[in-house]
Design a protein around this ligand. Structure first.
Ligand SMILES: Cc1ncc(COP(=O)(O)O)c(C=O)c1O
Ligand SMILES: [Zn+2]
Length: 411
């Protein structure tokens, strides 16, 4: 079983063998993979990690795949952590980093190597997911490489590129006439009836493990240190719970001591069930029936890991924030024009939240901040088309070009 100890309930602590269970049989709480930390501590050293290939398997002792032959994937992970000095000075911040997952094989952080390896290990016939777009492309590409049939359930009204990508990779798209939550509901039924492995559903504890590597990478790339603040976009809330789990594991094996990284979550104001739950006394997500935002990837009205994400943001003294669509677009443009990184709206929300939080003091200008930029702007170009006036063609002669450039001078 490698370094895996069990599947453990996050609510009551009950432990189960690491099989295809997803919720606790005693209390219905979510299950997470637990490790034998004494053994991990020996093998997961800075020296051994540094010598490994540049993909997510460099953190293999804290990933739950036992069969090496099952790891057939596009080698996602180990994406650049870019120091963002231009954006930092624009916003008035001392030290800022952008974790650039726009450059992953399918252009988002979702590339699902761990969950699909698990499906292969168990000999499942097919894989799939319910998705707001990025997971669909990621699962489809991973399935193509692993030679597994793939079925993705998405809202039918998704951005065209996001519906096209999984089809290019050979998956069957099931365009559900409704919201993400409708698509997810029917995906649960389909997976259950056919015994298929659905990444965000019956493979969820393993899918979550793959997302931890964003934090492991960040820690390694900061010279084996943790930042003061990590800003994470929230859809279902799973990425934020994975980032927290990765930090807890680094602590459990003695790699980081006494650090208290604050975890900040961000959603678009037009679909902010986790943020509104964070602001409420009971800390329960406030489901949204009709999401209304350009940040389609985050448009999950009834987030499966929302309550946990809220508990984590509270425990780490972070906070939750929901910028408006115009603020998100402005932030996408700011990131692109200062750092040369074109993020989709989900990435824009992290920049917009940082800006707001510096203005009202929720983030201090001396804190070392990492923004998780989780998806590529090329996948959602239509949201920006209204931001720029149409281009008028210029005649191919010097006079016309001079007239076009007018009195522009630099320096
Ligand atoms: C680009 C991007 N960022 C962030 C998220 C949020 O992920 P999670 O559902 O784990 O909260 C998503 C989810 O689809 C996404 O596509
Ligand atoms: Zn339980």
């Amino acid at each position: 079983m490698g370094y895996v100890r069990s599947l453990r309930c996050r609510e009551c602590g009950a432990e189960y063998p690491p099989t295809r269970l997803v919720v606790c049989e005693a209390c219905f709480g979510p299950l997470e993979v637990a490790y034998e930390f004494d053994a991990v501590r020996e093998a997961f050293t800075r020296d051994s990690i540094a010598r490994r290939p540049g993909d997510l398997w460099r953190y293999r002792e804290l990933l739950p795949v036992f069969d090496e032959g099952a790891k057939v994937d596009l080698q996602p992970g180990y994406t650049p952590l870019r120091r963002a000095d231009n954006l930092a000075s624009e916003l008035g911040l001392r030290e800022l980093w952008v974790k650039d997952d726009t450059v992953n094989p399918t252009s988002s952080f979702k590339d699902v190597a761990v969950a699909v390896a698990k499906a292969r290990e168990w000999g499942l016939e097919a894989v799939g997911c319910a998705s707001t777009g990025n997971l669909a492309a990621a699962t489809a590409a991973a399935a193509a490489k692993a030679r597994l049939p793939c079925y993705v359930f998405t809202p039918a009204g998704l951005e065209e590129t996001k519906l096209l990508l999984p089809r290019i990779y050979g998956a069957t798209v099931v365009p559900v006439d409704g919201t993400y939550d409708d698509a997810n509901r029917v995906a649960i039924l389909a997976a259950d009836r056919r015994g298929w492995g659905f990444v965000n559903i019956n493979l969820r504890p393993y899918y979550a493990e793959g997302s931890k590597t964003l934090l492991f990478e960040t820690w390694e790339q900061l010279g084996f240190e943790l930042p003061d603040v990590v800003v994470t976009p929230l859809g279902s809330g799973l990425l934020l719970t994975s980032v927290d789990k990765a930090i807890r594991e680094l602590k459990a094996i003695g790699q980081v001591n006494g650090v208290s990284t604050r975890l900040v979550g961000t959603q678009a104001a037009g679909c902010a069930p986790i943020v509104r739950g964070f602001e409420s006394a009971d800390g329960r997500p406030r489901p949204v029936k009709r999401p209304d935002t350009i940040a389609e990837s985050l448009a999950i009205g009834d987030p499966a890991s929302g309550h946990e994400a809220i508990q984590i943001m509270r425990r780490t003294r972070g906070f939750a924030d929901a910028p408006s669509d115009p603020e998100i677009i402005e932030a996408q443009r700011l990131l692109a024009r200062t750092e040369g990184v074109f993020a989709e709206p989900a990435g824009g929300t992290t920049v917009a939240t940082l800006k707001r939080a510096l203005e009202d003091g929720r983030i201090d200008r001396d804190e070392r901040v990492v923004l998780l930029v989780t998806g590529n702007g090329l996948k959602a170009p239509s949201v920006l088309s209204a931001s720029f006036p149409p281009l008028t063609p210029v005649a191919p002669n010097a006079a016309a070009v001079d007239a076009f450039l007018g009195g522009i001078h630099h320096g």
